[in-house]
Design a binder for this molecule. Sequence first.
Ligand code: IVH
Length: 701
Amino acid sequence: MDVQNLTAEDAKAEHDRLVETIKAHDVAYYAEDAPAVSDAEYDRQRQDLLALEARFPELITADSPSQSVGVTPAKGFGKVRHKVPMLSLDNAFSSDDLREFEGRIRRFLGLDATEDVSFFAEPKIDGLSASLRYENGKFQQGATRGDGQEGEDITANLRSVTDLPLELSGAKTKVPDVFEIRGEVYMSKSDFLALNTAQAEAGGKIFANPRNAAAGSLRQLDYEITKSRKLRFFAYAWGEVSGLPGVTQSEVLTVFKDWGFSVNPLSKVCTNMEEAIDAYRKIEELRASLDYDIDGVVFKVNRLDWQERLGFVSRSPRWAIAHKFPAEQATTLVEDIEIQVGRTGALTPVARLLPVTVGGVVVSNATLHNEDEIKRKDVRKGDTVVIQRAGDVIPQVVEVVLDKRPDDSVPYDFPKTCPICGSHAVKEINESTGKEDAVRRCTGGLICRAQAVERLKHFVSRNAFDIEGLGTKLIETFYEDDLIKSPADIFTLEKCDAAPGNLQRIKNREGFGEKATRNLFDAIDDRREISLDRFIYALGIRHIGQGNARLLAKNYLSFANLRERLSEMGDASGEAYSELLNIDGIGAAVADAVTEFFHEERNQDMLDDLLREITIVDFELPAQDSAVAGKTVVFTGTLELMSRQEMKAKAESLGAKVSGSISAKTDYLVAGANAGSKLKKAADLGVSVLTEQEWLDLIGG
Ligand code: IVH
């Protein structure tokens, strides 16, 4: 575009066009996590807009994208803390995985072979989950899932959803005082097609699939728009309730129907796992003929008392599993192979593809995972490949179509140095297996720009500090411009910006302005207090995902305690190290990564700087009033009254810490039959020894 030679009229038309396009990209990127164009293309459009506005300043309006840091439409929604977390589901990929799922349940509950386990099979609806709170039968509040702990208040928008009764009738069964109904908001395929046709005619946004259309419609700040887009709802679960109208999943769902909800008609009780596997096949056969998208089948243990006993592991219930349908595939060309460097230095090869549609979504990149994978599949530049996309996961290369390989093709030469910082990239030896790791890693640590930036992106991401408006793009720009080099810089950003003599104020930057800058500083201030588990996760230590972060938080309770124990920790034979390894679920790889992190001086300095700016809220153990809250217990011998797993899960749910070995810190040793050396050690250390029954009495059943 030659800005200099445009007439005022053409400039106005071009400005309108750019504003509209960029806004649509912003919504796709920030609100729907579904970027519609590449970063380079997006940047080019923004540059064009700025150039145009520099030449024709009269075109600058308050709502031009040049005046704001992206758009975060979600900002308009309040937050709702879920009283009962909204969980996700573990996945099964084959019938054998389903049989194993049943096996795990049997072992946990200690069932004998004669007892059947009934499952409730439900289609897995491809929409967005929502939680609807009813008080005295009236719809009070509706929320999105969010990160599972906290979602967005979308009450007003949910009111327009078909199949969502605003008042529960309860012809047969009385509605409890408090009842949170959970389920999936979705758009039917026919409504989706009609919406896209109308959007195309009006020059509006075209949605990639019904799920995106439902998401985009539900998160509209303008309630009238949501109302015009027919959204529907299937009920399949519940959150906080003051009573339950049944003793099985199927009974409760039948009552939901009586209360006026839609329950998926293909859902059914299967009296054993083979019947459940059969139900999966039948639902899969019907998939194409349904007027809504489903992406698998969910199996839930039908008995609610068993669901209760089975409880949860990390973020998903032990009593449910999703069996996804096979991934959709397509064939395309590898135009290039590039290397991305991640937060932990891993070099990930990515295939840049000739764009192709897979299951309704345009795919132009696919992961090749790591050096071993690319070698194993022998993927080369110029190859024709089969790719697949399953659910939300990054598309993968399945195989190379060898017949179509060009004659001059050469194997891919994996770099031995980091393409970003030039440091050596090495494959580590796994200490426990003695084998070389499949992943090659950059050894540059924080001197590697890619690692530093990726760590910062992780630090502000949704499940970590979750700083609104400080997204991946801004982190990159601020890193480049030396405004944010380490986590603490985020929290001193405003102070540094206001420092006398600073000639490059953020508000004067392109795309900012007074208001956007204020919003950014406020969003940062909003997050100066953080829970311990989120904080540990935010540090981005290798192997520490949300589950392990929670485990550490639960066991160390405060950051000061965790830091002191882990920083002191000598070698692998020390007490602090074995204390870490004793946390059930923490293995050697995790323990080593955590130790390494705290032994790195640069990390200690980073923490000192950061702790001056923020407050970490101690982990609160659930059920503090239970007799065993905060106590450490060790189980040994053969347990007869409950499976060991169930004993452990129960103890943890009451706030006790379960350890694998006895130390002076152990409060109780629960000894089953044939308890061995631990009994003697307990006696030596003066630890109370309980029988299984005594323990159950102590915890009240
Ligand atoms: S049960 C604790 N049932 O799948 C139970 N989820 O991968 C948690 N979903 O976030 C959910 N259909 O959005 C359940 N019949 C169904 C479902 C279903 C779709 C979605 C839901 C959930 C995700 C988990």
